[in-house]
Design a protein around this ligand. Sequence first.
Ligand code: ASP
Length: 605
Amino acid sequence: MIDKLGDFKRDYFCGELTENNIGDEVRLLGWADSVRDHGGVIFINLRDKEGIVQIVIDPSKSPKNAYEKAKKVRSEYVLAVRGRVQRRPAGTENPKLPTGTIEIAVDELRILNTCDILPFPIEDGIHAHEEVRLKYRFLDIRRPEMMKKLIIRHEVYQATREYLAGHGFLEVETPMLTKSTPEGARDFLVPARLEKGKFYALPQSPQLFKQILMVSGIDRYFQIVKCFRDEDLRKDRQPEFTQIDFEMSFVDEEDVITVSEGLIHYLFKKVLGIELKLPFRRMSYTEAIERYGTDKPDLRYSLELKDITDIAKDVQFKVFKDTVEKGGIVKGINVKGGSKFSRKEIDDLTEEAKKYGAKGMAWIKINEDGSLQSPIVKFFTEEQISKIKGIMEGQNGDLLIFIADTYETTHRVLGFLRKHLAEKLKLIPENVWEFVWVVDFPLVEWDEEEGRLVALHHPFTSPKEEDIDRLDEAIQDKKIALSFRSRAYDLVLNGEEIGGGSIRIHSSHVQKKVFELLGISDEEAEEKFGFLINALKYGAPPHGGLAFGLDRIVALMTDSDSIRDVIAFPKTQKGICPLTDAPDFVQEDQLEELGIEVNIPEETA
Ligand code: ASP
């Protein structure tokens, strides 16, 4: 029943045919997207990567052999078709198909392969469980929307190479089997057979190598590169993901930002035909936190945070007053039109706030008639209320919500509530690209768990020039260290960080001091990053760079819910690949060769 391909070659992809081909004899190869038998005449939608075209096997016109074969065709059989392109009879056109005005009258049909019963239909917008889609990823990718995403991803690679190579960047590969790199996540380890007991680490990024390439005089480096981070996969993360990574010598922040903007502009223009307006806006880290509650502000909607700490310190309401007395703050959001929220909706919002660490949420409803409804207004004077309304820009019909807590918690909770409210109230416009550079990050932050200062970006990020001379003071006094700003920059698009980088430390002396500030001992620094510190001693030029998250950018460009949708073979949230069943156990002798004994604690075995 299976025919041979032989020397059969396609003339066109199905989706390429147009009315200009009418009258041509064409050979096509593809999959049976659907089969319909209309009283003897068989219609098959033939699909390949470029689209679909209808083929017709009419027993009164096509050869008998082709008709007999056509009767056997089922969904996703692989077919070779030779026939003539003809106009569809008037009234039978399909406006939903780009090829909907033509069809192929079949002269020869070969069945090159059959197909088992499908686990889900090969079409867009299916509701199959993601694990099933990943197990049958070969079928999932056959669906046009998935195919399109991979094509866009391909175009992003090509355009990236064009742009960066065109701007003097040299593509250099860096090793996958390497030593631990410093992005602050857990490493994936690979046992070394030739050095039993030793391990390679998969790179969390090429950070150290790209800096070393600057010391080598490469001047401008780039790479589209896999990075590996063994993090918890909650949210939209993958253990392996792809970066557009680059580094430049003799530059400052402006140079790196200019190249980054140029690249993003080129990608959007080339791949989506969208002309972005440059330069992107900029915002300091502090402004982002204080106005939007996050360092990844989504600027597609307003719902800004407003500060009423000054008034809250004098009110009778104990929660507000005590918080301010203890050094905390009180801030709020004006939910425009929110006076129509039911009690249940407000309670739900309070629960949401608690999820993110708030102890509670205060609120004031300004009814349409101007009257107030709130469990707390009785503790406020008229004057205080009117001041609060002023700051919050509260008008009739609004709902004002407040969080009173520490600086960090108040902003974090309101940042989440802001996002939650924007989604609930459908305030997020479609097809809007709001880019913003977040700059002037603190150099370090206090890590409660580790009981030490940690770098906000990574330990190779340079402090601002004016702070470098004060590193010794900062080593003595944590407060001074916390006031230092770094030369880092992040690019945020629609509330998602799509890239980040910094001007680096290029002096081994300064680098040592920063390690000291971070509580990394000389021995530890030497053991972990000795090769970089060594390289910095040999004429390292000033340098800086950035890495873009390619998966995230393609996900945003293709309006995908998850980066998994733009990765050909992603892992599930549990880090599993349902297609291959990786990770898996290995043979006893493989372990022996590596000198490894597996000891699984009973509760996880
Ligand atoms: N290596 C950094 C990262 O992976 C990016 C950079 O600083 O260039 O986030």
